[in-house]
Design a binder for this molecule. Structure first.
Ligand code: ATP
Ligand code: MG
Ligand code: MG
Ligand code: MG
Length: 439
């Protein structure tokens, strides 16, 4: 991508409305724009990062055996009347009437709709287990939307729903998602800690929130330090192994970890003082097992091996991609801007032409840009006529992991500079060596 033809509306000034660093940097880097309170457009740079986050979520959902579909944002109130949640959900739900005066709503979550899909098609235990997910916009009319897309009213959620014949089966489904979540957050460069959690309006009795420690987090959390160093389940984890996944679950729940709603002072005090972490956290994921809470009122059952009808045991599993993007920034930035982990960086490399119009700089920059592209990398070529200083500032602000700096002095001897955004380390080398090093 040539920056001169891209759409990257960088803000020079610090936006006054931004209270936390991720919100400030997302606005300054031209990633998002607020359209009305708590409702955002994702501008091109932000969209690239969001797509990468979604791709990792999708890969790990698929690896665990979940199956993707897509449900609509608008739902009929009737389904929610069946489960009894239409009245319970309260003011967070945006209620709409269509031209026929039918009651509709903008989905805050999809338990009812997925249960309706399930009951319409699945009649036998032979089709179980089943886990269906989508990545779709949700709307919750939050009392205090704030911190940009960290707590917005319209936001993206990956929500998965599992269906099993028995409670044991459903707990294995729960462990699959638990394991997939550990892997997902790790690949996003985050250390998320599963904490015992309250189930809220989703309901149920077995639930964990995945929390990232950050000073700007809205939750107060308490946990054991050991979580910081626990190993992440490897890529070849066998998701069909009931015992294997149960041991991952047991390991990751073997130490104390709870949010303030579930906090047990006495249990926490029993941890040696030096091992206690009492911190702020950001909820990036939440998983629930809730048995037959929806299958019962909505009549979702299958024929079992005994020939009888059984209500299915369900769970639901959410991750917030549009919250994860700012959470990653909270965890990885410096005074100059964002430092993207490689896995979600909007571009792999920035090529900075310090002197556009200089024949040698132009030729070398273009050559590098094209060769990186041919090698399958996503390069951003700064071919604008900004001053070199402004180009460096932009590159640091948008946080692309590697910068190739092409300047008139070094190019005279056939050399360019490579800068690592994270460490700030710079190295001078030939064009060929630079390309080899990056690709
Ligand atoms: P919170 O406690 O932050 O209000 P929640 O417990 O209401 O979140 P869940 O119903 O558990 O949220 O939804 C699953 C996931 O969706 C959350 O873990 C979070 O990552 C994301 N999410 C929820 N509400 C928002 C929001 N207003 N803006 C952005 N992401 C959200
Ligand atoms: Mg909420
Ligand atoms: Mg919550
Ligand atoms: Mg939650």
């Amino acid at each position: 991508m040539r920056l001169s033809r891209y759409f990257l509306p960088i803000l020079k000034e610090n936006p006054k409305e931004a209270e936390i660093v991720s919100h400030r940097l997302m606005l300054r880097a031209g990633m998002i724009r607020q359209q009305s309170q708590g409702i955002y457009s994702w501008l091109p740079l932000g969209k690239r990062v969001l797509d990468k986050v979604n791709a990792i979520i999708r890969e790990e959902q698929n690896r665990s055996g979940a199956v993707e579909l897509l449900m609509p944002t608008l739902q009929s109130a009737e389904l929610w009347q069946e489960s009894g949640r239409y009245d319970d959900y309260g003011k967070e739900m945006l209620r709409i009437k269509d031209r026929q005066e039918r009651s509709m709503l903008y989905g805050p979550t999809n338990e009812e709709m997925i249960t309706d899909i399930f009951r319409s098609y699945v009649k036998s235990y032979k089709n179980l287990p089943l886990n269906l997910y989508h990545i779709q916009l949700k709307f919750r009319d939050e009392l205090r939307p704030r911190f940009g897309t960290m707590r917005s009213r319209e936001f993206l959620m990956k929500d998965a729903y599992s269906f099993d014949l028995t409670k044991e089966g459903a707990l294995h489904a729960y462990n699959k998602m638990f394991t997939a979540y550990l892997r997902t957050f790790d690949r996003l460069g985050l250390r998320a800690i599963p904490m015992r959690a309250d189930t809220g309006p989703i309901g149920g009795n077995h639930s964990h929130e995945f929390i990232i420690l950050a000073d700007t987090g809205e939750s107060e959390v308490f946990c054991h330090k050991d979580f910081i160093d626990f190993d992440i389940p490897p890529v070849d984890t066998d998701f069909d192994s009931v015992d294997g996944l149960q041991s991952i679950f047991e390991k990751w729940t073997s130490r104390y970890a709870a949010t303030s709603e579930m906090h047990d002072e006495a249990a926490f005090a029993a941890i040696p003082e030096g091992d206690r972490l009492s911190a702020r956290g950001i909820e990036v994921g939440h998983i629930f097992y809730f048995g037959t809470k929806y299958s019962e009122p909505m009549g979702a059952s299958v024929t079992g091996p005994d020939g009888k009808e059984h209500l299915v045991h369900m769970g639901s599993y959410g991750i917030g991609p549009t919250r994860l993007v700012p959470a990653i920034i909270e965890a990885s930035h410096d005074e100059n801007g964002i430092i993207w982990p490689k896995s979600v960086a909007p571009f792999d490399v920035s090529v900075i032409n310090m002197k556009v119009g200089d024949a040698a700089c132009d030729a070398a920059s273009l050559e590098i840009y094209q060769k990186l592209g041919n090698a399958g990398l996503d390069a951003l070529y700064d071919d604008t006529d900004d001053r070199a200083g402004a180009k460096f500032a932009t590159a640091d602000l948008i946080g692309v992991p590697v910068q190739v700096i092409v300047g008139p002095r070094s190019i005279a001897s056939g050399e360019v500079e490579l800068k690592d955004r994270k460490t700030g380390a710079r190295e001078t080398m030939s064009i060929e060596a630079a390309i080899n090093k990056i690709t």
